[in-house]
Design a protein around this ligand. Structure first.
Ligand code: ATP
Ligand code: MG
Length: 373
């Protein structure tokens, strides 16, 4: 899997760009605030039609402009393919895959896959559950279109239910029954996929972490959900009545607090190092090593599932790591396309090898200039 050319029109600080990438390592360098992360954001946006920075679509449109367009020629599933995404301040998103319009972002699932690793992810172990859920969601949305659909629907239902609870409008309260049922239906499917991913992640990240720590540490993961679900690996239809019972039991408390208290939106992943909860006991170094193991495992899972390595996007992360950890990542990358951003750091560019792309004020110069059109 690789991205061959990327064209951007009015995307962030790129008014007009057409750039080609090397099949292997691409080092994207330049001073601060030139557009390095914006470029990775564009690549990542093509995988899911969502910004990895959590930005809204409107924020992605260049200041003062009303519409943006991202086009890419990719090589995926053994053939050349085309992705074309357009949206505006008032215009709906148009997603085209090989000239065919897609009904939703789920149509992008599996076309272009990417694993992004940024300094923020280094604290995935010690930060809030949101980051650990995001790790699972990013991986599953790219390889399972059904998961992407259920997650979008769950979020929509969650927002609507929250609004009803907050407004407290008595005429709307009877609708809660329907929302609860559909949240539990979608929630049981989401839970099923996540729990299975965590099981595989625990095996693969465990192997990587063992190797990385010189065989001294054991990394294990388990999925934590609603307490009454004793075995989250069960089929969705078996989980559904348990979620429903839990939600019904919290009806009064939800009305009183005007918040959604029951559901899979509060789930977490318990990450243990040598059988101890890493949130409480891991040192900074152990937590960083575990975070790297998880990201490399995510890449491996997508490769095993689709047969192709996802693009690895390393945003400023190498400069945050010591030499040993940098070497470990670079040595494990092996095949596949990689984009590494760094701030004019010659040592990283030299260590990583590959093509160097210099970003300056929303335009790109390649060292040999042959990759910029
Ligand atoms: P750093 O090394 O500090 O991480 P960077 O090269 O990664 O810098 P980016 O995050 O890509 O920088 O941002 C580059 C510039 O893009 C910033 O100055 C930012 O203000 C600008 N920018 C962000 N959004 C938009 C937008 N919608 N329109 C125009 N410019 C934008
Ligand atoms: Mg940046």
């Amino acid at each position: 899997m690789k991205i061959e050319t990327l064209s951007l029109t009015n995307f962030r600080n790129y008014s007009s760009l057409k750039v080609g990438f090397d099949d292997g390592i691409n080092v994207i360098t330049g001073k601060n605030a030139q557009g390095k992360t914006n470029l990775l954001e564009a690549v990542s946006y093509l995988t899911s039609a969502k910004s990895f920075r959590g930005a809204s679509d409107k924020e992605l449109i260049e200041f003062g402009k009303t519409e943006t367009r991202l086009e890419a020629e990719i090589f995926s599933d053994g053939r050349s393919q085309k992705l074309d995404l357009e949206f505006g301040l008032i215009r709906r998103k148009k997603i085209m895959v090989n000239e065919v319009r897609q009904k939703s972002a789920a149509g992008l699932s599996g076309k272009l896959t990417a694993v992004l690793f940024s300094p923020e992810d280094l604290s995935i172990i010690q930060s809030s559950p949101l980051f650990r859920r995001r790790l699972l969601d990013n991986c599953l949305c790219q390889i399972r279109p059904r998961y992407a659909e259920c997650l979008t629907e769950y979020r929509r239902l969650y927002d609507s239910k929250t609004k009803i609870l907050r407004d407290g409008d008595k005429r709307m309260l009877p609708l809660l029954e329907e929302y609860n049922e559909r949240m539990c239906e979608n929630g049981s499917i989401i839970l099923h996929y996540r729990a299975h991913l965590v099981k595989i992640l625990s095996e693969i990240a465990g192997e990587i972490h063992k190797d990385f720590s010189g065989e001294t540490e054991k990394l294990t993961l388990s999925y934590q959900t609603v307490k009454t679900v004793e075995n989250p690996l069960k089929k969705p239809l078996e989980i559904l009545p348990i979620l429903r019972k839990h939600m019904d039991a919290h009806r009064d408390a939800e009305l009183a607090s005007a918040r959604c208290l029951s559901g899979i939106h509060k789930d977490d992943v318990l990450i243990s190092i040598n059988d101890r909860d890493s949130r409480k006991f891991a040192s900074q170094g152990q937590a960083r090593t575990a975070a790297i193991s998880l990201k490399l495992a995510e890449r491996e899972i997508i490769k095993r599932d689709s047969g192709e390595y996802p693009i690895l996007l390393l945003d400023d992360v190498l400069s945050e790591l010591d030499g040993g950890r940098q070497d470990y990542i670079l040595n494990r990358i092996g095949n596949g396309q990689v984009m590494i951003t760094c701030c004019e750091d010659k040592s990283i560019a030299e260590k990583a090898g590959g093509r160097v792309l210099l970003v300056h004020q929303g335009s790109i110069q390649s060292e040999e200039n042959s990759y910029v059109y």
